[in-house]
Design a protein around this ligand. Structure first.
Ligand SMILES: [Ca+2]
Ligand SMILES: [Ca+2]
Length: 394
């Protein structure tokens, strides 16, 4: 439903922006009719009711297929490289309770359930610009944001009859955080995201910006496809959602954050998040308005940095709002659902992202909680989303 597309979402995408051209006025007319326009999402009334009031306080939504991507490693245009455990730490096997830990948890974090995970290596920090540059220079890879959107793919996730946007819109672009300078209602993420032509991992704020001197900052504006391509080149892979949460917990059972239970805004600074009134005021208690160099804050008990905050991190799994409700009581190395389903945007397949970003705070998504789940279309890059890799023991 259109109101879902313009709902209280923190994450944004080209889908929303194209709709803005044609549908913004329509939304106001259709809004009042929405309750009569039943959809498959309304078949899960309880879940949906929660998603509107609670789950909608999220960060990724409305993301189209910009390209005909199969989202399988085998078809990526890069060869599997030689793996190295340099810069990685061993995460021991174990068993834990995955899912909701406090009242901030959204419905998709329930029920808390038993998960066994075998051991693996994990990058100690988010993949940096320097690391990503090596990949690009080695392979000649072009990221999603550097390619012209494919209208034939895009329109599949737009309402039937949506006119083709102008050629000025359908150019290589990405979504850049661009906040207003005054308080706003947090009910439309397009108020603080901008579709910027020429924004990509090398130009994170747009064509005039640069990453010179930011070699140790996390790479951003990378889609899930880009992250998987990098991982394959590095001989690694993306973590499953279960692996990511197990690693983030650092051996602490049932704690809210990687560091324990102390609120993120109390005591010593713990992560790169947003302090103040989102999105117009940031008091910068953590000293970083936007991205921070990786490893700027203390590691968790496993030696992993920025598992809370800085950039969201892509996981391997598809996102399904009810996955935890369908999973076995005790699951071993869960790989995620067979297919994606987000009731806010039922036609848009999405992958899981974890850990929150420099934009998260308690008034909004609290994405830095270890159990917090978020989702995004695999072809979307944003200025607050990156990734890290894992590696299996040979
Ligand atoms: Ca910050
Ligand atoms: Ca992070």
């Amino acid at each position: 439903m259109l109101n879902k597309i313009f709902s209280l979402t923190h994450f944004i995408n080209i889908y929303t922006f194209i709709k803005l051209f044609y549908l913004l006025l329509l939304v106001y007319f259709i809004w009042g009719c929405e309750t009569r326009q039943t959809s498959t999402t309304e078949q899960t009334t309880d879940t949906l009711a929660t998603s509107i009031s609670n789950d909608s306080l999220s960060c990724h939504s409305g993301i189209p297929q910009r390209f005909a991507s199969s989202h399988t490693i085998d078809t990526l245009p890069v060869q599997t490289g030689e793996a190295s455990t340099a810069g990685m730490v061993w995460i021991p096997e174990g068993e834990f309770l995955m899912g909701a830990d406090n009242k901030q948890a959204r419905s998709d974090e329930y029920p808390k359930h038993q998960v066994k995970v075998k051991g693996f290596y994990m990058d100690t920090h988010e993949v940096t610009n320097a690391q990503f540059r090596k990949f690009v220079e080695s392979t000649g890879y072009f990221t999603t944001a550097e390619r012209k959107p494919d209208w034939e793919e895009l329109k599949k996730q737009l309402p039937p009859g949506t006119p083709k946007p102008s050629d000025e819109v359908l150019v290589p672009s990405s979504l850049v955080f661009s906040p207003p300078n005054h308080p706003i209602q947090l009910n439309n993420a397009s108020q603080w995201w901008q579709w910027v032509a020429g924004a990509d991992w090398k130009h994170p704020q747009g064509p005039q910006s640069t990453i010179a001197g930011k070699e140790n900052y996390p790479v951003v504006h990378v889609s899930w496809d880009d992250a998987v391509a990098y991982a394959r080149w590095a001989g690694k892979r993306l973590p499953t959602e279960a692996e990511w949460e197990w690693a983030a917990r650092g051996g602490n059972p049932n704690t809210i954050y990687p560091w324990g239970n102390e609120n993120i805004d109390q005591g010593a600074v713990k992560a790169n998040s947003w302090q103040g009134q989102f999105p117009n005021q940031n008091i910068n208690r953590d000293q970083f308005y936007g991205l921070a160099p990786v490893q700027s804050f203390p590691a968790n008990a496993y030696g992993l940095y920025d598992m809370a905050g800085n950039v969201w991190e892509w996981c391997q799994d598809w996102y399904h709002v009810s996955y935890y409700k369908t999973i076995a009581k005790v699951s071993t190395n869960p790989q995620g659902p067979e297919a994606s389903f987000d009731p806010d945007e039922p036609t848009t397949p999405k992958k899981v992202v974890r850990g929150g970003s420099f934009l998260c705070n308690d008034s909004y998504c609290s994405g830095y909680r270890v159990a917090a789940r978020m989702k995004s279309s695999p072809d979307t890059g944003l200025s607050h989303t990156g990734f890290r890799c894992v590696l299996d023991k040979k």
